[in-house]
Design a protein around this ligand. Structure first.
Ligand code: COA
Ligand code: AMP
Length: 635
């Protein structure tokens, strides 16, 4: 069995189908697949067509059958409620079956969509697995999104059911979820038949008699009646979930994940990338609303027979910057996976890492960082303070598992700061210029992946094959366009530097400046606007909005700025962290009318910039610089 990175990557390159057929042996199939890959199916081909399986079966029933009934599947650690709960594989199956029975009794079947809008509580994980058990398709919506974002997802997915909770808890305040849910359903073009609401003690929600059902009583009822729900066989190519992510327009893209390829890829990654053994405790400090949460809080660890941690807290403030070290020690976690922003927040509070020394981290083996570029400073600090390898890994909601990273499960390659290391098997990563020609090593360009994408990556967008083709496959024929810019050095190390579209990364959260512009422009007094991402020492980037006010408006600009900030918070959500808005006389444009957002961003970030040759009026950039400086930005 090959073990070094170059042997394993080489084996995949020589015969990708044999490689994935071997990896697929780690999954239980009810019916074997007809072929490993069929290039004729789907938009660019499909993995494991004809195979029948079930993701919940592989996560729970199969683990129990192999003796893990009493092993912890999930540890719920919630500093915000002062709770720690241990859920064994056996106990979790019991909950999931009871909930799957509730779904069934509500008329949900194979292929039906269920929206899950929940905080970080075990019931959210049960809700995902119960959907998988009956072949329903879940779509988890992050709690920090506003009602209209939730409404878009309800409409696009055509969900029959929403599973939610009465509240979430954020930095000492209780966020009532139910009013957001009610508002979302009110404005949604599609109305789900039912909402299953988990009532939390800190805040109970009012339930609507004709639509809302109490989660706990419904589950108690099916359990008391002993309703059994076996796993529904689904095709490997059937969808397991839809995860909406920011696209280049305000309309989010529904990334589809299938059942078979997803399991094969995740299981492979748990063992060979993360180097996690069954029985070990793996912690991904993300949120189940993001792809990292789907893959590495829920499905990856369970498919691997490991123990996952579900952490309802923050890296700082719950109660302090030692929270992560407390969790690692208390639950004997061998690895932590989070976003660099969390480490920047910890470092700000505890620059010397004094709180780390209060804890026994002897079992801790590695730190994985993803979600945004891992800046060399943060990596060096974490390495020095923790004394373990810090593994930057690059991927996207679309890919569903790491494209590149230092494959510690195979071998630890030399670390290069600022690089996400090498491509993993399955991914032929290349860098092309705008005309689609390969560039030399060290040259910045469009980072693309040669088709076909490996198992686990998106086969398409939900109900939108054409949009998928157009957005991801059309620009560079034969390749998937990642919309990231970067370069590959002479040793084959990948450096991801920025996006090539309007996406910004705020505290590891992916957001579209285009959708923020749509909201700003909807304010009656705004004639024109531009939103850019500017550097932030903790969050990496934060949005900054520039507004040109209608000529006939005589109100205080400060008032309008506040209203626009409120609008973005209401329509997109607090997660956008949209707090900087500046009214300006005009926006810098090219002669053809294109707003020079890139140059504005360079001025704000104090980067060197050249006067664009096509600029209409160079004085406007001076006005922008002065407006930024008046706010203490770009000085
Ligand atoms: N429900 C409701 N509101 C939420 C929310 C949720 N699930 N998650 C975040 N918010 C709110 C926050 O309360 C905050 O509101 P505020 O503007 O009123 O303060 C806003 O959305 C922005 O949240 P966040 O980006 O999390 O900023 P923060 O200042 O609260 O915390 C960090 C900053 C770095 C500590 C935090 O982002 C973090 O822990 N990141 C870890 C990385 C991570 O989870 N990445 C995901 C991909 S791996
Ligand atoms: P998301 O779909 O939310 O996971 O965001 C994916 C985007 O985040 C990528 O396209 C990158 O722009 C960025 N990203 C994620 N991980 C990394 C990384 N390790 N290095 C650089 N950028 C990253």
């Amino acid at each position: 069995m090959a073990s070094s990175y170059s042997e394993v990557y080489g084996a995949w390159k020589r015969d990708a189908e044999a490689f994935w057929a071997e990896a697929a042996r780690e999954i239980d199939w009810f019916r074997p697949f007809d072929r490993v890959f069929d290039p004729q199916q789907g938009v660019y081909g499909r993995w494991f067509p004809g195979g029948e399986t079930n993701t919940c079966f592989n996560c729970l029933d199969r683990q129990i059958a192999s003796g893990r009934a009493d092993q912890n599947a999930l540890i719920y650690d919630s500093p915000v409620t002062g709770t720690v709960e241990h859920w064994s594989y056996g106990a979790m199956l019991d909950e999931v079956v009871a909930l799957a029975a509730v779904y069934r009794e509500l008329g949900i079947g194979k292929g039906d969509r269920i929206i899950i809008y929940m905080p970080m509580i075990p019931q959210a994980v049960f809700a995902m697995l119960a959907a998988a058990r009956i072949g329903a398709v879940h779509s988890v919506v992050f709690g920090g999104f506003a009602a209209s974002e939730l409404a878009t997802r309800i409409t696009d997915s055509g969900a029959k059911l929403v599973v939610s909770a009465s509240c979430g808890i954020e930095a000492g305040r209780i966020i009532a979820y139910k009013p957001l849910l009610d508002a979302a359903i009110e404005i949604s073009h599609h109305k789900p038949a039912h909402c299953l609401v988990f009532q939390r003690e800190m805040l109970k929600a009012d339930l609507q008699a004709d639509r809302d059902i109490d989660f706990a009583s419904a589950v108690a009822s099916t359990r008391e009646r002993g309703v059994n729900v076996p796993c529904t066989p689904v095709l490997a190519t059937d969808p397991l979930y839809i995860l909406y992510t920011s696209g280049t327009t305000g309309q989010p893209k529904g990334v589809v994940r299938d059942n078979g390829g997803h399991m094969v890829a995740l299981k492979w990654s748990m063992q060979h990338f993360f180097g996690i053994k069954p029985g070990e405790v793996f912690w991904a400090a993300s949120d189940i609303g993001w792809v990292v949460g789907h893959c590495y809080i829920v499905y990856g660890p369970l498919l691997n027979g490991s123990t996952a941690i579900l952490y309802e807290g923050k890296p700082v403030g719950t109660p302090d910057a030692g929270a992560y070290w407390r969790v690692i020690e208390q639950h004997a976690a061998v690895t932590l996976f989070t976003a660099p922003t969390a480490f920047r927040a910890i470092r700000k509070e505890d620059p010397q890492g004094d709180l780390i020394r209060h804890h026994d981290l002897s079992k801790f083996r590695a730190l994985f960082l993803a979600g945004e570029r891992a800046d060399p400073d943060t990596v060096a600090w974490a390495e020095a303070k923790l004394g373990v390898p810090v593994i930057d890994n690059w991927w996207q909601t679309e890919t569903g598992w790491p494209v590149a990273g230092n494959p510690i499960g195979l071998e630890l390659l030399p670390v290069k700061y600022g690089s996400a290391a090498v491509p993993l098997p399955g991914y032929d990563v290349q860098v092309l210029d705008d005309a689609g020609h390969p560039v030399g090593s060290g040259t910045l360009g469009n980072v693309v992946i040669k088709l076909p994408l490996p198992p686990g990556c998106l086969p398409t967008f939900w109900n939108a094959d054409e949009r998928f083709r157009e957005a991801c496959l059309a620009e560079f024929p034969g390749y998937y366009r990642t919309a990231d810019a970067g370069y590959i050095d002479a040793d084959g190390y990948i450096f991801i530097m920025s996006r090539t579209d309007d996406i910004i990364n705020v505290a590891g959260h992916r957001l579209s400046t285009g959708s923020m512009e749509e909201v700003c422009a909807s304010h009656a007094d705004v004639a024109e606007c531009a939103v850019i991402g500017i550097a932030d020492p903790i969050k990496g980037q934060v949005p900054a909005g520039f507004l040109v006010i209608n000529a006939n408006v005589s109100r205080e600009t400060g008032e309008i700025e506040k209203e626009v900030i409120g609008l973005v918070r209401d329509r997109i959500g607090p997660v956008a962290a949209f707090k900087t808005v500046i009214c300006v006389k005009r926006l810098p444009k090219t002669r053809s009318g294109k707003i020079l957002r890139g140059t504005m961003q360079k001025i704000a970030d104090c980067e060197s910039w050249k006067m664009p040759a096509t600029i209409d009026d160079p004085v406007v950039l001076e006005e922008i610089a002065a407006a930024l400086q008046a706010r203490g930005i770009g000085v």
